[in-house]
Design a protein around this ligand. Sequence first.
Ligand code: NDP
Length: 295
Amino acid sequence: MAEVIDGKRIAAEIRGEVKQAVDELAAKGVVPGLSVVLVGENPASAVYVRMKAKACEETGIKSEVIKMSEETTQAELEAVIDRLNADESVHGILVQLPLPPQIEEQDIIFRIAPEKDVDGFHPVSVGRMMIGDLTAFRSATPAGVVELLMRTGNDPSGKRVAIVGRSNIVGKPLSVLLSQKMKGGNATVTLAHSRTPDLPAVLREGDILVAAIGVPEFVKAESVKPGAVVIDVGVNRVDDDSTEKGYRLVGDVAYDEVFEIASAITPVPGGVGPMTIAMLLTNCIQAAREITGVS
Ligand code: NDP
């Protein structure tokens, strides 16, 4: 039976550290500021934005949410980003993804000033992370996974890690972080995806297994090495009439059966999700320090 990795508790610990950093900056006249841009009516995005704003409030980071309609044009969104880039009270800019289809997502990410790219999605941030620049913004979810491992005594150094899912926001950057020659890295990483033959055998090689595919309960016990540490990034809504909302959240891992053979496992919700938000806050502190030169 696995130990349950309590992402909520560890995220609360990090928020405490962020709050302390905010207090120290405030004493020197700097209030870290985050602007979140929400375009359209995607209900999951609205929930994520609310959670981010709440976390900012709790830690003393000044946040504003800019809501724009589903019909927003590329030019209108770019004008907002230009304004935020120029605003000295804004240290971090986050455009909640996904964006409506008329908007070219990559162009928007590219438009954000790299020094305010607290999501770590800008090619400058990604490139700096790739070459092992320790001062680069690390995108929040991969950074959260590394932090979870380190803070639970599961240093990936020297371990074999199997990741399934190669998206630009989770799997791919995580594979880079974990294989980097630095603290929190030094693992031997396999990055699997939908074209990987005999996926269960590949995943079974992992002392640490990370699932980030967006398919409910896809990773079964047969894909898990006994004693592995299992990190479930997936957040999937499945219909469930017995709940008040009519759905429940499940991960990409078949939790009950994998729980029996893993040594540690993250629950969904309450695992990686809270860590993503906590790491966003730490990126905001870093941005405020670098932009103002006050540390
Ligand atoms: P994407 O849809 O962008 O990428 C999914 C990846 O999974 C692709 O690389 C795809 O392979 C692979 N994949 C899909 N189906 C299979 C399969 N049957 N077998 C093997 N590989 C498969 O997803 P994201 O990375 O954006 O998100 C993944 C999950 O993580 C989602 O549930 C999402 O909600 C969650 N998430 C959670 C966050 C958090 O904070 N907890 C943050 C971000 C995401 P291929 O490339 O070959 O198509």
